[in-house]
Design a protein around this ligand. Sequence first.
Ligand code: GDP
Ligand code: MN
Length: 422
Amino acid sequence: MVRGLLGKIAARSLSVAGKWRQQQLRRLNIHEYQGAELMSKYGINVPKGVAVSSVDDIKKAIQDAFPHDKELVVKSQILAGGRGLGTFQNGLKGGVHIVKTEEVEELSGKMLGQILVTKQTGPQGKVVSKVYLCEKLSLVNEMYFAITLDRTTAGPIIIACRKGGTSIEDLAEKFPDMIVKVPIDVFKGITDADAAKVVDGLSLKAADRSEAIEQVKQLFKLFIESDCTLLEVNPIAETSDNRLVAADAKLNFDDNAAFRQKDIFALRDATQEDPREVAAAKADLNYIGLDGEIGCMVNGAGLAMATMDIIKLHGGTPANFLDVGGNASEGQVVEAFKILTADEKVKAILVNIFGGIMKCDVIASGIVNAAKEVSLQVPVVVRLEGTNVEQGKRILKESGMTLIAAEDLDDAAEKAVRASAR
Ligand code: GDP
Ligand code: MN
């Protein structure tokens, strides 16, 4: 649920707080099996499990970890939620299956290396490079638990719901009263009363209340000590032997904490991330991939947001947020341009530069050099203003590139939208 929401909030808040806020929203996402291992270190109950990346290793993994289990849960590992209700491109329904142990190998063969499409992956889906084999627990009560950061209370907030499992988004919409929110004072930390409120929001049937309170406190400790921005356990479940167990694990971490969370950040799986964002991060560009058709290259987060808004006003949609920064090098501009042109959805590019610290001639040289390296298939609309604008315009003109010149931002957006529709 949170990824979709975050995307929407990201675009909004950027216009207000600019680059600073944007960095706040960059995050590390780790796989369920990695999250479960972290939780286990904090004494949180998780199902016993083992992650496997090749069908050849399945037999041995089962022998070692589950010599006596008759059934196992096979869970596709991708960095997106909604796996349970997802569908593989090869037709297999569901990214999470409970099967007889002797069927695990065959099933894993249909999952490994295959593309799983869920509500959260987009239609292109994500490749499953690992399956997580877990002991099958009999879950008698599935609930929802999450900790995230709340702008209103400016601190962590715990969210609990007595119903959980798949489709929590629909549930939250239909029964908002079922959701219990407990903001935590980040200076005081979590109190027993806070944790008790959360546990009462879960509505346990038979699990021990004071043990559950301890589990909630440990989950919060993990959240704080690991610099999480999100810790979602859906479902947190009661088992038939009355234990409270974290049957799923979604953990996100604040990129700004990478310097002090080296072990956790070593878990990054770039193969699961938006390749455009991975390339942008390498070039140290402030970039967020979006779904529209107009690629944007802008300097300054505020101007980038304004550009996106004006594109929208003219009936287009931006393919990305990109702030090349105040003092981008020519090399960075080349990289930025390559990312935009490599994006198949991009039907036109809008370059909008207001040269303050950034110089228009640097941007112009970057564009010209990038155009030499990539074959430019889409129209490029350019609006340059400010420092060294005349030199910038001359460089573009002398390059012989076909560009669409724009007078001002409004004109630029209009031309980009028109060019993208052709
Ligand atoms: P998601 O769909 O990506 O959130 O994947 P989950 O890890 O939440 O798995 C989907 C569903 O599978 C859960 O909501 C549970 O209903 C079910 N499930 C997962 N693990 C177990 C288990 O150990 N036992 C049982 N009975 N069901 C499980
Ligand atoms: Mn889940």
